[in-house]
Design a protein around this ligand. Structure first.
Ligand code: ATP
Length: 352
């Protein structure tokens, strides 16, 4: 069982502005009083009783902490310390101030494939490292890929949010229905045993995106995608081959992180291959459109979760403290938004 410090986190850290929020709490900038160093504090609300719908079970927080403690890699967010009070656990982690990778890219005028590869390679190095320790992230999506500093010439990737990560054990099967529809792998929708391969079903701009979540999941199961000219006319054949080797329905046939790093699109075999990556560019108009839609969907999910809470009159109870309100809104999403696949799967099976 992970041991968390029982001291009051505020005695050691000054709590600053909110950097972001997730299903189970807020992430805030914190200042270490003894050294003046800036960190990020992830405040996770603990479930008060087994019957409560709000907050995280302690065992899930322990799992996230144990996994973070076992990962030390330059492309993975580092954990410094953990504090526990009666109602919450605070993870002190490295401060990642460059924002989300996708927002950084969307703000650019142009991006060549070789610039994109610099980022993809770093993500793959982080994923290869965690897979070498038999840890699967199970929630790799644009929101969880950040940059440590976006103002440097070659920004550094950091993978965050190990809330759904699992240590896979030989001989034990792990199944889950959690995930975000656009990025969910077929084996998750089908409730099959998952593996490290599930993380490799990684496609930034989901080619399966339907008008509704249900349509998106159907497209994934039917492997309904194509490299249409409108979106992929500027994409090299090597890039398409790379994507195709990841969008394989059978997780055992999908490229591993190790194999991906050796694919000629990432590691060109000759000068001709290297040169073609520099000439090809990413279709920025489509990328910006995708990113705007992704952001809109994220805000929509957050607002609708808060609306549901208002209906339950939980906000009234929590109105004493503004911060508490926000954290409870996010906690409530656990049983609804964080399991869209589960809900949709039930809907899919009942409608087919
Ligand atoms: P989710 O609901 O997606 O599972 P979560 O509750 O597990 O979220 P995180 O995804 O870890 O929380 O963090 C929520 C947000 O806080 C992130 O999307 C990001 O914007 C911000 N954030 C997280 N970690 C850091 C960090 N180390 N430095 C700066 N900002 C961070």
């Amino acid at each position: 069982m992970a041991l968390f410090k029982l001291e009051n986190v505020e005695d050691l850290y000054e709590i600053g502005e909110v950097l972001g929020s997730g299903h189970f709490g807020q992430v805030r900038e914190v200042l270490e009083r003894a050294t003046g160093t800036r960190w990020a504090g992830k405040f996770l609300k603990l479930r008060k009783s087994a019957s409560s719908r709000l907050g995280l079970e302690r065992k899930n927080v322990e799992r996230e902490v144990e996994i973070l403690q076992s990962l030390q890699h330059c492309n993975i967010m580092a954990l410094k310390d953990v504090f526990e009070s009666r109602s919450e656990v605070v993870l002190i982690v490295e401060l990642i101030s460059g924002g989300e990778l996708f927002d950084f890219i969307a703000a650019k005028e142009s991006l060549t494939e070789s610039e994109a590869i610099e980022f993809i390679e770093q993500i793959l190095h982080g994923v290869e490292y965690m897979h070498s320790k038999r840890i699967a992230h199970f929630d790799l999506k644009p929101e969880n890929i950040m940059l440590s500093d976006k103002l440097v010439p070659h920004p550094h990737i950091k993978i965050i949010d190990f809330g759904l990560a699992q240590h896979l054990t030989q001989g034990e099967e792990y199944r889950s229905l959690c995930g975000t529809p656009q990025y969910i792998a077929p084996e998750v929708i089908n409730y099959e045993a998952l593996s490290e391969g599930t993380d490799m079903w990684l496609s930034g701009i989901s080619p399966f995106q339907g008008d509704t979540d249900e349509e998106t999941l159907r497209n994934i199961l039917a492997m309904n995608y194509e490299f249409d000219d409108y979106h992929f006319s500027q994409t090299t054949a090597m890039a398409k081959d790379f994507i195709q080797k990841l969008l394989v329905k059978d997780q055992n046939e999908r490229m591993t992180a190790e194999e991906s790093l050796l694919h000629p699109w990432i590691k060109p075999l000759n000068r001709k291959q290297a040169a073609s990556r520099c000439r090809s560019s990413i279709n920025m108009k489509n990328f910006k459109k995708f990113n705007a839609r992704r952001k809109w969907k994220m805000s929509y999910n957050m607002v609708s979760a808060c609306n549901r809470l208002c209906h339950l009159q939980l906000l009234c109870k929590a109105s004493a403290k503004a911060n508490e309100e926000l954290r409870q809104c996010e906690s409530d999403q656990e049983d609804t938004e964080s399991k869209p696949a589960s809900l949709l799967r039930r809907r899919l099976s009942s409608s087919s």
